[in-house]
Write a protein of this length. Structure first.
Length: 79
């Protein structure tokens, strides 16, 4: 992982708590940071994938398979 990136493992944390934890990490992160959220809850993955663009943030990638989902988001502006 290069500088300016953070990985947050939320496997085993269901919604809505998983979404709240993800937003907290994101809110506290500096602008320009790329955060990869690793999830195993499809509902949480779908919620966050839709929520971050509504908050003006950039989804870099969203992929899933075998029950593991990765959502990579760039913080474009403060929440």
């Amino acid at each position: 992982m290069r500088a300016g990136e953070l990985s947050v493992d939320l496997r085993g944390v269901g919604c809505p708590y998983g979404s709240m934890v993800a937003i907290q990490y994101f809110r506290d992160a500096p602008t320009g940071l790329i955060i990869t959220f690793i999830l195993d809850d499809e509902d949480c993955f779908t919620t966050l994938k839709k929520l971050f663009p509504l908050l003006g943030q950039r989804v870099i990638s969203a992929e899933g398979g075998n029950g593991i989902y990765r959502l990579k988001i760039m913080k474009v502006k403060s929440l």
